[in-house]
Design a protein around this ligand. Structure first.
Ligand SMILES: C[S@@+](CC[C@H](N)C(=O)[O-])C[C@H]1O[C@@H](n2cnc3c(N)ncnc32)[C@H](O)[C@@H]1O
Length: 261
């Protein structure tokens, strides 16, 4: 049985005031983040990819772990959350011969385990952030995975136009669409069916709400399952909320997308 997603709206003033009272120590950090995000939004306007790329550049200056895991993230959390992702795919039948695309691969929290398991050349990671891809390259070196011949590619959209049709048996996006507006998800849904191999699946996590859909600082987005499922259906895709992932302590939900053909 899927856990019940919160219906609270984190963008409301009342929620923010109550949060500040509960955790006063976090107020200065939130204020700094709001100021930075306002400056970046003024600079990049509605170009979300350029905006979020700048957020990642700024966060990466502190540490790559906090850029992918949030300001309080640690090395232990980096390892733990990557392991959850990896073990979940394994439990769902991932085989070394699978060809896997990771959208928003970050600095390979899960990617280093995936490329170690998959046949050489079968891991493909894409990301919008050059800063985090440099850190991904360091992860490959740190774990001695050069012979796995991973592909790591910078992208500025999710049209996948440089990738072959019917190719990837598994596509994975963890904690990526929790940071994107709906138009970015729609672009992905419009094109992902072309690159999915017949019978393949695409797992993505998202911040689920059962209340009003909203975002906080255009960094964290909260969607209803039905919204994403309807969007998928518009592009000939089916969507299933993964009940076994709901049991994980990770706060996000997971949707499995398949191409109906
Ligand atoms: C919170 S991190 C998670 C990284 C990785 N999936 C993990 O679990 O460690 C989000 C990543 O998605 C990337 N990203 C955000 N929007 C993206 C987009 N539209 N296309 C590709 N990557 C994106 C960010 O640059 C960042 O590396």
């Amino acid at each position: 049985m899927a856990r019940t997603a919160p219906s609270r709206d984190r963008s409301r003033l009342l929620y923010k005031a109550a949060y500040a009272l509960r955790r006063p120590g976090r107020v200065p950090r939130y204020a700094r983040r709001s100021l930075r995000d306002a400056m970046l939004r003024a600079r990049y306007g509605r170009d979300h990819v350029a905006y979020y790329r700048a957020v990642m550049a700024s966060d990466s200056e502190r540490s790559a772990e906090s850029a992918v895991g949030g300001p309080t993230s640690s090395r232990e959390a980096w390892l733990r959350i990557g392991k959850w992702q990896y073990e979940y795919l394994l439990a769902h039948g991932l085989k070394p011969a699978d060809r896997l695309l990771e959208i928003g691969c970050g600095n390979l929290r899960a990617g280093w385990r995936l490329m170690r398991y998959l046949e050489p050349g079968h891991y493909y990671g894409i990301d919008i952030s050059p800063h985090i891809l440099l850190s991904a390259k360091d992860t490959v070196v740190r774990y001695g995975l050069q012979d796995r011949l991973p592909h790591l590619t910078l992208t500025d959209n999710l049209s996948f136009d440089f990738l072959p049709a019917d190719h990837f048996t598994v596509i994975h996006a963890h904690s990526v669409f929790s940071h994107t507006p709906l138009e970015v998800i729609e672009e992905c849904f419009e094109h992902v069916g072309r690159i999915l191999a017949p019978g393949g699946f695409f797992d993505l996590t998202f911040d689920r709400t059962e209340g009003r859909e909203h975002h906080v600082l255009r960094e964290d987005f909260y969607y209803r399952t039905e919204t994403l499922a309807a969007l998928a259906a518009r592009h000939g895709l089916s969507a299933e909320l993964m009940a076994d992932w709901e049991a994980m302590p990770h706060g996000q939900s997971k949707l499995r997308i398949r191409a109906d053909r």
